[in-house]
Write a protein that binds this ligand. Structure first.
Ligand code: SAM
Length: 295
């Protein structure tokens, strides 16, 4: 019997980020194999989908994949979804996809969100070529070994990292990659989405002040000319920063806020009032957030 395994992407935070095709496929298949049945039910309830769901996660992948293959071979269509984003990308999926490919079962993809692509395109770092490294090992020695092996990698590098390990990872990166540009893309598509750009040292400093909360994609510039420049030439560092961060950098160097706005405007060739607008907007957002938190 001809049946299909659909590799189906789901939102990484914003429930609206799901394609019309994904919704139709999730309605039409006989079974949904989901990494987290609770998250899946939330999504399915939201879209009024009542397809049966079975769990397929990290701990049962090896035993569950053959059972799902059996159902596919008996003629059932199955959609594979993970807790968020694209299955198989730092998520369960490989075992089932590999087994279906080996058995000659039709496998197709229903594309959609993935945090790595969202983080990369928001980073402002070169995106013509890139390498995805997923999660680094938890053990410091192993993590550092991998980072050292990546030192001369010219492509932009993308990592996933848990908030409680982020500071340690940035410390290791700073030591190994020096003053390279990096980007922390946080809580993408969610209410507190935030993109922090700067050198590894600057991001580390900032994180030490604010702490890390939520989900992060870490994008790191590859080895190359601009990385070397950022390392040595303090003067040019602002070129890699957003307007508000440029003003912060000048304040850190001893300018008053007014002087920093004036200087950033001069260097960037922008009207002073525009730089001032960016800075005030950010401050207003901060106050709004703090008010919401009751601070
Ligand atoms: N399969 C998913 C995908 O396609 O992106 C990734 C799953 S992996 C288990 C989860 C990690 O992805 C998080 O720890 C974080 O690094 C990253 N991530 C997922 N959602 C994110 C979001 N909304 N904002 C930033 N990072 C996110």
């Amino acid at each position: 019997m001809s049946s299909t395994l659909y590799i189906c992407s789901t939102p990484i935070g914003n429930m609206e980020d799901i394609t019309l095709r994904a919704l139709r496929i999730l309605k039409e298949v006989d079974l949904i194999a989901a990494e987290d049945t609770r998250t899946a039910k939330k999504l399915l309830n939201h879209y009024d989908i009542s397809t049966p769901v079975t769990s397929y996660h990290e701990h049962n992948e090896k035993t569950k994949a053959p059972k799902i293959i059996e159902l596919l071979e008996e003629g059932s269509d199955v959609a594979l979804i993970s807790e968020a984003g694209t299955p198989g990308i730092s998520d369960p999926g490989y075992e089932l996809i590999r087994a279906a490919v080996d058995r000659g079962i039709k496998v197709t993809v229903v594309p959609g969100p993935s945090a790595l692509i969202s983080g990369l395109v928001l980073s402002g770092l070169p995106m013509d070529r890139f390498a995805f490294e997923g999660f680094l090992p938890r053990k410091r020695n192993q993590r550092r070994e991998i980072l050292k092996a990546l030192k001369d990698e010219p492509r932009t590098l993308i990592f996933y990292e848990a908030p409680h390990r982020l500071e340690e990872t940035l410390e290791d990166m700073k030591e190994i990659f020096g003053g390279r540009r990096a980007v922390l893309a946080r809580e993408l598509t969610k209410m507190y989405e935030e993109v922090l750009r700067g050198t590894l040292g600057e991001l580390l400093e900032r994180l030490k002040k604010t702490g890390a909360r939520g989900e992060y994609v870490l994008v790191l510039e590859g080895s190359g000319e601009s990385a070397e420049q950022a390392k040595g030439e303090d003067i040019e560092k602002w070129r890699y920063l957003g307007v508000e961060e440029h003003v912060d950098l000048l304040v850190e160097k001893g300018y008053t806020k007014t002087e920093a706005v004036k200087e950033a405007a001069r260097l960037r060739g922008l009207p002073k009032r525009e730089v001032y607008k960016y800075v005030s907007q950010r401050e207003a957002e901060k106050i709004k957030k703090n008010n919401k938190k009751g601070l």
